[in-house]
Design a protein around this ligand. Sequence first.
Ligand SMILES: [Zn+2]
Length: 167
Amino acid sequence: MSTELPEFIEPLRLAQHERSLQGLMPIAQMARLQDSLCDNQGEISIVLQFQYDDQNRPVILGKIQGQLALLCQRCLQPMQYVLQREVVLFILKTGQSDEGLPETADFLTLEQNSLSLWDLVEDEIILSLPIVALHEQCPQNEYSLPDEIAQADRPNPFQLLAKLKKP
Ligand SMILES: [Zn+2]
């Protein structure tokens, strides 16, 4: 069941009520992500469960999944990236230390009761992106010639030089 995702949420209230949110978020909506993308069509699927863990700590658990068309930094062509982000975010209040949380845990410091769900999801996506997007093997660029033709047509620079030097 997908429901409309709210823009703003109150994570602690949702945790108290053990609520879960799921739905689709348009990629075009994520402003900070746009620079890394060559196509902003499509949607990201979001499932987030708000709850208290067995030590009574509020936490958001879930999954953010989808496909992103990143811009390959080598050939500048689209690179399909499969996004699979497991979310484990402990909720802290301002001033509360992260002491006692698992070392690997991420945490979210609440400055106000409510925050933007869109920003939260976008942050998680940005954290999961490769530092530099690169194809394992770049596809042939449509504007580049096949190797044989390119080789044959390319004049030998030393021959050109020789011609120029002739009196
Ligand atoms: Zn490439």
